[in-house]
Design a protein around this ligand. Structure first.
Ligand SMILES: [Fe+2]
Length: 264
């Protein structure tokens, strides 16, 4: 390297250079940079706009031809015939609705991951709250199911599901039963607000099918979850000692048993 460079906490004096030529919409560049920035094997990345070198041989005779008789235009028409028009598979599906459904996919994915991180914290032998572990593991599975439902819905409407990275799990140090259910309650409320926003966007776009799908299938379930979490928070707030919390966890264990399947 021309000079030493530090990246990801390591000083580098040697490196390899790679040049990639990418043909992509400009909106993808931010995602590429973000992804490259997280890759520890990439020390520096730069994106430059390439200027196309055109080597066009054109004669006055060709230039004077009407567009339909020009070779390049004929090629473009042929190419167009091979591509599927989006109106073939998308019917009355507004791009704003498609985008909020993608935001919901991501929200469900985030909720699944955050519940999973709480579940494994409680299931660790150093913490040993198997009931809470089982409860949050079942919440993880439920959120994964919601994510798949929205992916399937997006596909059914001819939209393109966006599968993206989600934020890292929360810091679960000092997680207690009470703080976990408080977090769960806050998560369920925020997912509900996002769902209500999907309904608003769908209604504004006159997409009654999407508004009905979210209202009928998901909103009721969300309010049930909020209610369930709120009950847990109220009961756990009353418990003051380890003995009481031990029994609370034991009760959760009965309703949400978790038996890990370890491959033989
Ligand atoms: Fe959900």
């Amino acid at each position: 390297m021309p000079y030493k460079t530090s990246a990801h906490g390591v000083v580098h004096r040697e490196a390899n250079y790679f040049v990639f030529k990418i043909d992509t919409p400009t909106r993808v560049v931010a995602d590429l940079k973000e992804e490259y920035g997280r890759d520890v094997d990439i020390i520096r990345q730069r994106v430059y706009k390439a200027t196309e070198e055109t080597n066009t041989n054109c004669t006055l005779e060709k230039e004077l031809l009407p567009p339909a008789y020009r070779k390049e235009v004929q090629n473009m028409i042929e190419e167009g015939k091979t591509q599927v028009n989006k109106f073939t598979y998308k019917f009355n599906y507004n791009s704003e609705v498609e985008s909020v459904i993608n935001r919901q996919i991501q929200a469900e994915q985030q909720a699944a991951q955050d519940y999973l991180s709480m579940a494994v914290t409680f299931l660790h032998p150093a913490v040993s709250r198997p009931g809470a572990g089982g409860f949050f593991m079942s919440m993880y599975e439920e959120e994964l199911g919601h994510m798949q439902d929205f992916i399937n819905y997006q596909l059914m409407r001819g939209g393109t599901p966006a599968i993206t990275c989600v934020k890292g799990p929360p810091d679960n140090k000092n997680l207690t039963l009470l703080s976990a259910f408080e977090k769960g309650l806050a998560m369920e409320k925020s997912v509900t607000e996002l769902l209500e926003d999907v309904v608003k966007v769908a209604e504004t776009a006159n997409d009654y099918e999407c508004a009905d799908f979210v209202t009928a299938v998901f909103l009721k379930e969300q309010f049930k979850s909020i209610n369930e979490m709120a009950h847990h928070v109220t009961r756990l707030t009353r418990l003051k000692d380890e003995h009481a919390i031990y029994h609370y966890d034991l009760e959760l264990c009965k309703s949400h048993p978790y038996t890990p399947k370890i491959p033989k």
